[in-house]
Write a protein that binds this ligand. Structure first.
Ligand SMILES: C[S@@+](CC[C@H](N)C(=O)[O-])C[C@H]1O[C@@H](n2cnc3c(N)ncnc32)[C@H](O)[C@@H]1O
Length: 407
């Protein structure tokens, strides 16, 4: 049966690029609009939708676009800011004002190129941009700050989203692998190229911002392992994709945006943030694993058995990776426990997750999360394969579903 399962790019971030607001900024681990639409197809617009791992806000945006009220949580301040910018309605005056100010900034920045403009403290920045391109970007940023102020949660966020697109599209970052890498050369971009590209990006974003959102949504800052209450609101449907136990770090892909928008100021902050992320593995997050102590012992037995196999294998760092896997399922168990307090009786949950392998040992993520759900009192638990993730490995994406029937 598995050999016939397809990769289905319509269920990944790739399909979102042409879908208005969904295409504003890429994040490789984002899932496709179509997947969320399918899961919402039988839900009426009075249902309250929740995504506890918001990312690029796909769930909340699909829900709000069809008229539902939605809430989302994330721990990454940049993604919270991005999500709330996607959920906002922009009036015509505001969009006109943005167009005029952008043209003004593009007029001004050229005379500032040789000045001492602020440059983000990104490690090895010369791998990302040639010094010439970097000066153009820094000068344009200074001119944009003069017109719009520094990035914050307001109607000008969309200009900064366009700037994020510009910096990534002029960088040597290559996205042809599952995680980001660098191409061998950095390019010197001409001023005309930068201006035309920025205007094209701005126009793409402004046109999609013209379409009003009929429902409403909000991303809130919260740790999914210890969720906050929604002022007594209970949710009817959860559609989400938490991190997978595959050591992929969101910070790695988000770093350039977060530095340029000043959501992080130094490398240490990136590591601290990844330590808060479930499955985080960047910088300090990896070294902290060594001394991590389990807080919740009542995990399903199968989790400990999987971890033990990884620990006993001969691979390099097998002990550390065994702790990594244990912490991942431990944190997901805390999350599944915590979310119960904001679920309406009869709420349905859908978790899109991936399996992984460590030293040849399969980590059966859907089965282990289903076991946690069982221990925590969920019912109607079942999972199905959504798509194949990779052409040569046994890696799949699954939808693990359950219901919450309060006792
Ligand atoms: C796979 S991504 C979600 C992608 C999303 N479905 C989309 O379409 O963009 C997982 C998200 O979970 C967030 N996250 C990780 N650990 C978290 C935690 N402890 N609390 C809240 N959010 C967390 C990450 O910051 C990331 O944005």
């Amino acid at each position: 049966m598995r050999s016939t399962v397809q990769q289905r790019s319509e269920y990944t971030f790739k399909a979102n690029r042409s879908l208005g607001r969904h295409g504003w900024l890429r994040l490789t681990p984002a899932y496709g609009v179509k997947l969320v639409e399918n899961l919402l197809s039988s839900v009426d617009t009075t249902a309250i939708i929740l995504d506890p791992f918001s990312g690029t806000a796909t769930t909340g945006l699909v829900a709000a676009e069809r008229g539902n009220q939605a809430f989302a949580f994330d721990i990454n301040p940049f993604l919270i800011w991005l999500g709330n910018a996607k959920y906002r309605n922009y009036n015509q005056d505001c969009l006109r004002d943005i167009r005029e100010k952008v043209l003004q900034a593009l007029k001004e920045y050229k005379s500032q190129i040789d000045r001492d403009n602020w440059i983000p403290p990104i490690f090895n920045i010369e791998r990302w941009w040639s010094s010439y391109t970097l000066n153009l970007l820094a000068s344009l940023r200074t001119a944009l700050v003069r017109e719009f102020g520094e990035p914050e949660e307001n109607e000008y966020s969309i200009v900064w989203i366009a700037f994020c697109r510009l910096i990534i599209e002029t960088s040597s970052a290559a996205f042809n692998h599952i995680s980001m890498s660098f191409s061998d050369t950095v390019i010197h971009h001409k001023t005309e190229f930068i201006e035309e590209l920025f205007l094209n990006i701005i126009e793409f974003i402004l046109i999609s911002a013209e379409k009003n959102i009929v429902g409403n949504a909000k991303v809130l800052k919260a740790d999914a392992r210890d969720l906050i209450s929604l002022d007594n609101i209970k949710v009817n449907k959860v559609i989400t994709s938490p991190p997978y136990p595959n050591r992929i770090s969101y910070i790695r892909e988000l770093r350039p945006y977060m530095y340029w928008t000043k959501f992080i100021d130094e490398a240490k902050e990136a590591g601290e943030l990844d330590w808060l992320a479930i499955g985080g593995t960047w910088g300090i997050a990896t070294s902290r694993l060594n001394s991590w102590k389990i807080a919740e012992e009542a995990l399903p037995e199968k989790i400990f058995a999987t971890v033990e196999k990884i620990k006993m294998s001969n691979g390099k760092n097998s002990r550390l990776l065994a702790i990594y896997v244990l912490k991942y399922f431990h944190d997901m168990h805390l999350h599944l426990s915590s979310i119960r307090s904001i679920l309406e009786n009869g709420a349905e949950l859908h978790y899109i997750v991936g399996n992984s392998t460590f030293f040849g040992n399969m980590v059966d993520t859907p089965a282990l999360l289903a076991d946690s759900m069982k221990v925590l009192g969920y019912s109607k638990i079942h999972s199905e394969i959504v798509r194949k993730r990779n052409c040569n490995k046994a890696l799949y994406e699954y939808c693990v579903s359950a219901s919450w029937l309060a006792g």
